[in-house]
Design a protein around this ligand. Sequence first.
Ligand SMILES: [Zn+2]
Length: 332
Amino acid sequence: MSIGEIIYSYLPAKRKQTPSGWVKFNAICCHHNGTTADTRQRGGMIQNGDGISYHCFNCGYKASYQPGRHLTRKMRHLLSWMGAPDDVINKITLEALKIQSDEQALEAVSIPKFEARALPEGAKSLEEWSTWIELQGWENTDQDLINVFCYLRNNRSLDPYAYPYYWTSKMGYKNRVIIPFYKDGVIVGHTARAINDAKPKYISDQTPGYVFNLDKQTQDKEFVIVSEGPMDALSIDGVAVLGADIMDKQALQLNRLGRRVIVVPDRDADGKRTVEQAIANRYSVSMPNWPEGVKDINDAVHKLGKLTALYLIVTAAESNELKIKLRTKAWF
Ligand SMILES: [Zn+2]
């Protein structure tokens, strides 16, 4: 029996069903609340879905239960007034808590809904800005905008037009390149990365659990390369978990691709945590022989070129847990 059914089973025997779904009976709450006992069937119980609500039109007492919520004090009182024994009340109180924690656990591992979100005010794609520059002339162009183009090309080895990067002259954003997050072609968030030493390095707006560049993982690929940062992902057409942690919600989306997952941690203290989480998810981990000073995929592509970096990543990919752990000790 469900909790709603158990509660229902303690209703007074003398009762009647109304066409609107309420079950009416003499309310059992009133004299506990300092009101004269009800003799006109002003107590009502109604089922809504798997839940149940009680309403007294005599003293105004209300109590309800919905699966996923705990059993309230008011509902426990009501049950005891209806004659339910304490052990039954305790049992369903615990049962309600268990359902609640199950629902929360389920929520934690389900793929979130990604809804459309706006970019910072005045943001235009670099494509649009370049048309604007052609019309206005370089001499009239904001130096920060020019710096964004240079930053992508020269510091990151990224083609400014290969991804819809955005820029805005809005205060606080001028010295940043905005990287929109897409889901099924819709912008569902973004990160604005500083192109100089400004803090914070990233200003982001996103739904937790988002996997960057997942849309671009076409059917024909044999594996997916997972990195921390969006620029690492864009450098080699991989995805990014946008931080050192692989969240359960993200792992679900990676697993759905149905292909080998190769995690490339950043070579820093947090990267060790990424490796542990990759092992827990049974993913492969690649800790390539990067040249001196290379900390992440984008560094590697900048120094070695895309093909060499990709080759190093794929050949260093390891799926054996023990070997990954040994490599971790030597690599970090
Ligand atoms: Zn009452």
